[in-house]
Design a protein around this ligand. Structure first.
Ligand SMILES: [Zn+2]
Length: 435
């Protein structure tokens, strides 16, 4: 597989005539620059390393355009539980294929799927990891790189059992979840270069204090680990009331903070929290369009970044599926908070969207020697992008300007009508409506 890029955007620079060679697994084995286009290579005009969607719940896509009248994060969650309650493995395979296709067409070349809808609605397991295999099938059908972040979920809140609608998320116990996780890992191993496994702890709400270190200790050290952290003030209040510690301090006390950890949202943090996260070398995954949609607040992205925390972005509830808008919303939040411009430079935004997101998912940097040949081609001559500097495309382009994505050396087709039909069909069937 060979891909040639006329103008390659990387590290804040524009390189001319870059030729990538990839092996059968889609890994870059050679890169040369300043060369004319060979006849046997796919040619892209303006391209950059692919974007990593470091936090997604694919089925939340069903709520887009249905929840905007009123309410809060907590009332939105009630509707989300209703959608989760109707998923079956077959329906999720079809629906997630459409959502992952939407992502790939938008320029996300990899996705960390934070997955907790494991079992039947009454909590009894499906045979043979049916839900997880449905997601792996969906990623392969869509051609997107998937890191399946299989999630431990044990409690309905601090000191509370699972509610009826949470039974299908429940891991039972740390030991039972670990046993299932290792079996799933063996099942996915060697299946496809596109699919790997990671792990997640849902949150300090859903994983009791005494389960945290046991869960971390039972996972291989190489595996990326994610957790929702301090998305809502109510979560912080409950944690302080129960343990006398902020959620970040609780994770520090239980040995969860480490360079392989990604904390998702990190919206409501103290200065001490920021120091602890930086000292431990964690990544913070911001989901700015979701945090705006749910009224979560604006997290201290720049303070974290300046303290040394790596930043990545994710689409989370998929109300918006657009890596460029995610990056722009991250920067917009900083400008709104600080009354200043240029908080993150365009070069930093490229890195946050791509290399640092890949690292958060345990993946090597894309479009580099030894990394996956994942690229996003952006049209620099549309009504939005014409006339601007290529390096500043994260501040001008949207997913509508993404022409093609290359994932593992293969061009992912972009048929938005087919994807829209598939989304319409599966969302209607999820809610029991006519398509
Ligand atoms: Zn989430």
């Amino acid at each position: 597989m060979r891909v040639w890029v006329d103008r390659m955007l990387r590290g804040g620079e524009v390189m001319r005539g870059v030729l990538f060679d990839a092996d059968a697994t889609g890994t870059v084995v050679a890169e040369t620059s300043g060369v004319p286009r060979p006849d046997d290579a796919v040619a892209l005009q303006v391209a950059a390393p692919g974007f990593a969607n470091a936090h997604s719940h694919a089925f939340h896509r069903a709520l887009r355009g249905r929840t905007h009248e009123s309410g809060s994060f907590w009332t939105w969650r009630e509707l989300m539980y209703r959608a989760a309650g109707r998923l079956t493995p077959d329906l999720y395979r079809e629906f997630a294929t459409a959502v992952f296709s939407e992502m790939a067409a938008a320029g996300w070349t990899s996705v960390g799927e934070f997955h907790y809808v494991h079992h039947r609605p009454d909590g009894t397991p499906y045979p043979d990891h049916a839900m997880e295999i449905a997601l792996a099938d969906a990623a392969e059908a869509a051609g997107i790189r998937l890191v399946l972040l299989d999630t431990l979920y044990l409690a309905g809140g601090i000191g509370r059992p699972l509610a009826a609608e949470q039974l299908r998320f429940g891991g039972g116990s740390v030991d039972r979840w670990l046993e299932r996780w290792h079996a799933l890992r063996a099942e996915l191993d060697g299946r496809s270069p596109l699919v790997t496994i990671g792990a997640a702890l849902h949150s300090v709400r859903a994983v009791p204090r005494d389960a945290l270190s046991a869960a971390v200790g039972g996972l291989p050290a190489s595996v990326p680990l994610h957790i929702h952290l301090s998305e809502q003030p109510a979560e912080n209040d409950a944690c302080v009331a129960a343990h006398g510690l902020t959620p970040t301090a609780l994770l520090a006390a239980e040995g969860v903070l480490s360079p392989r950890l990604s904390v998702v949202h990190a919206t409501h943090l103290t200065e001490a929290d920021i120091r602890m996260l930086a000292d431990a070398g964690v990544t913070a995954v911001f989901c700015p369009t979701t945090e705006a949609d749910l009224g979560d607040g604006i997290g201290p992205a720049l303070e974290l970044h300046d303290a040394g925390v790596r930043i990545a972005v994710g689409s989370d509830q998929n109300a918006v599926v657009d890596p460029l808008l995610e990056l722009r919303a991250l920067e917009a939040g900083e400008r709104m908070r600080s009354l200043r411009r240029g908080r993150f430079t365009p070069a930093q935004l490229w890195r946050i969207g791509s290399d640092d997101g890949y690292a958060a998912l345990g993946l090597p940097a894309p479009a580099r020697l030894g990394g996956p040949l994942d690229l996003v081609e952006i049209d620099a001559r549309t009504v939005r992008t014409a006339g601007g500097a290529l390096e500043q495309l994260p501040l001008t382009a949207t997913a509508s300007d993404v022409r093609r994505t290359v994932i593992g050396g293969r061009v992912v087709s972009r048929d938005s009508d087919d994807t829209a039909d598939a989304l319409q069909r599966s969302i209607a069937s999820l809610f029991g409506e006519a398509p």
